[in-house]
Design a protein around this ligand. Structure first.
Ligand code: GLN
Length: 266
């Protein structure tokens, strides 16, 4: 239904922009696959050829896409994802050459050094982000509003969060923004993590998401790019290496942001 192509297919034209949808078969809760649709549609509206390359557990991960998105998932799914992406390191090569990547929730956790899931077991991540994740005292579920701290973003970000994991940043990582309402990265219940949390970037503040190199990661589902077009265009500008794109106004998106901001203030 997403109208996608496989990693082995040829680029239809030299100028076609290829969006790598990473492991939608295991990572894509709460409509996160929609992030790739939003990117493709916003490219097409601006006259670019664009296609979604669907990269599953059966595929080698290509390093040739122009940008990548990876969604959230359950604990067992994210372990599978981490194993596959470690065994077929195309995404790591793409990050090395600076390809933009958007990672949501479990996708963000998998990109870190390690993550502890609810049964207490610790799994290795890809080491692309200087973060670690372990369980909070209780699950965070609900709407999230964030004041972005990334150059190029001026509007508040909104999304839906549902996660047990709390993510702590090391010195190479920066938060995506400050939490206005909701949990965001949260605080781990485990004492070793609490020590790390006390010294890293964003320590003592309520922060959300991670920015490191070409990767932008967040706990926001929604899908995040449908709700935050400015973030979608920032990723596209980086992928196309342009300073700006013609604006596309979507009234419903603006209305939703206003509604969420008003709810956050109440
Ligand atoms: N399993 C992870 C957690 O609960 C991620 C969940 C998600 O992607 N929504 O923290």
């Amino acid at each position: 239904p997403l109208d996608t192509v496989s990693p082995a297919s040829q680029r239809p034209t030299e100028s076609t922009v290829r969006i790598g949808l990473v492991l939608p078969d295991v990572m894509g809760t709460y409509g996160d696959d929609g992030n790739s649709l939003i990117l493709r549609q916003r490219l097409r509206w601006r006259g670019y050829d664009a296609e979604i390359v669907r990269i599953t557990l059966d595929d080698e991960v290509p390093d040739s896409c122009d940008l990548y998105t990876v969604g959230g998932g359950e604990d067992s799914a994210q372990k599978l994802a981490s194993r596959h992406l470690t065994g077929s390191p195309g995404l790591q090569r793409a990050v090395e050459r600076g390809a933009p990547v958007l990672a949501i929730c479990a996708g963000m956790q998998v990109f870190g050094e390690w993550f502890v899931v609810s049964d207490g077991s610790r799994a290795p991540g890809l080491g692309l982000l200087d973060i670690t994740t372990s369980p909070q005292a209780s699950r965070s579920i609900g709407e999230l509003v964030v004041d972005p701290q990334l150059d190029g973003l001026s509007q508040p970000l909104t999304g839906f969060e549902n996660h047990m994991g709390a993510t702590v940043l090391g010195s190479s990582a920066a938060p995506l923004g400050r939490v206005v309402s909701g949990t965001g990265n949260g605080a781990p219940a485990d004492s070793t993590d609490v020590d790390r949390a006390a010294s890293g970037p964003g320590a003592g503040q309520r922060v959300e998401g991670v920015v490191q190199g070409s990767i932008i990661a967040t706990y926001m589902h929604g899908p995040a790019l449908a709700r935050n077009p400015e973030l979608a265009d920032l990723l596209l500008c980086r992928a196309l290496d342009v300073d700006s794109l013609p604006s596309v106004d979507i009234t419903a998106v603006e209305q939703l942001r206003r509604e969420r901001m008003a709810a956050a203030r109440r």
